[in-house]
Design a protein around this ligand. Structure first.
Ligand SMILES: [Cu+2]
Length: 231
C-alpha cells in the first residue's frame, strides 16, 4: 500500500467533503496515491542506488492484511537522503461503526493524523503510549480533530466511551515502510542497496525480523513471510 497524500490546499478547501464518495471506500482515490507515490520514488532515484523488496504475508496460509513492514538498520544518511517534497504528510483514522478504521496505520514522524467522527455517536480519542500521550476529548458526529505524531514508536489509540475501540499508529523515522493489503501483499518504497532487516509487526501477531541483502540498484527481492498467532 502506498501512503495516502492529499494536497494541503484541497484538504483545507474541504476535499474530504467533496470526495466523500471515494472515502466511502476508506481511502483517498487510489490513483492519486499511486501517482504521487511513483512521482516521489522517481524523484528520489537520483540520490541513492535502490531496489525493491516486496512479498506476501500469510498466517497459516491465509493472507495477513494490516501488517506493518519496515526496513530497519538503515544508516542515517540514507534515511535523510529521501525527503518528501510535500510539506506535510497527512493520514486519516475514521471512527466508524464504533471502530477505528484502519486498525493499524504506519506513518512517518511529523505526520498529522485526522480523526473524523463519521458515526452517529460521540467519540473520544486518547493515548497513554510513550511515543505520544494525548487526549482529544469527546466530540460529536461530523467533527474531527488532529494529532501530529512527532516521535517514533507505537502509539495505541483508544476511545474512553467504547473500551473495545482500538487502533495503532506506528511512527517511523524513515519512509521505508508499507502496510500489507487484503491479499497480504506489501511493497515499501524503494530500499537503498545494502544489508538491512525487514521488520514485520502487527499488534496481534507481534514482531518478526528477516535480514535481507540488496546487492545492486534495481534489484527486486521477494520476501514472503508466514506468521504465527501469539498464544
Ligand atoms: Cu468511541
Amino acid at each position: 500500500m502506498r501512503f495516502t497524500f492529499v494536497f494541503p490546499h484541497l484538504w483545507e478547501s474541504g476535499v474530504r467533503g467533496k470526495y466523500a464518495p471515494f472515502r466511502a471506500f476508506g481511502h483517498t482515490p487510489s490513483y492519486l496515491s499511486w501517482w504521487f507515490g511513483d512521482y516521489f520514488a522517481s524523484s528520489a532515484r537520483g540520490f541513492f542506488r535502490a531496489g525493491t523488496v516486496k512479498g506476501t504475508i500469510t498466517i497459516g496460509g491465509s493472507p495477513a492484511s494490516g501488517v506493518v513492514v519496515s526496513v530497519e538498520g538503515l544508516p542515517n544518511e540514507s534515511r535523510k537522503s529521501k525527503i518528501s517534497n510535500i510539506e506535510s504528510e497527512r493520514a486519516v483514522i475514521d471512527q466508524r461503526d464504533k471502530k477505528f478504521i484502519p486498525h493499524v496505520l504506519p506513518v512517518r514522524v511529523g505526520t498529522r493524523v485526522n480523526f473524523p467522527n463519521i458515526d452517529d455517536v460521540w467519540h473520544n480519542v486518547f493515548s497513554t503510549s510513550e511515543a505520544k500521550k494525548f487526549d482529544l476529548g469527546l466530540y460529536p458526529p461530523g467533527n474531527d480533530r488532529n494529532v501530529t505524531f512527532d516521535k517514533p514508536g507505537v502509539v495505541r489509540i483508544l476511545c474512553n466511551v467504547h473500551p473495545h475501540m482500538e487502533a495503532y499508529v506506528v511512527v517511523k523515522e524513515h519512509p521505508y515502510f508499507a502496510l500489507s493489503d487484503t491479499r497480504g501483499n506489501y511493497r515499501p518504497d524503494e530500499v537503498p542497496v545494502g544489508k538491512f532487516r525487514l521488520k514485520f509487526w502487527q499488534p496481534e501477531l507481534g514482531t518478526k525480523v528477516e535480514p535481507f541483502n540488496m546487492v545492486r540498484g534495481g534489484e527486486v527481492l521477494s520476501v514472503n513471510m508466514n506468521l504465527k498467532r501469539m498464544k
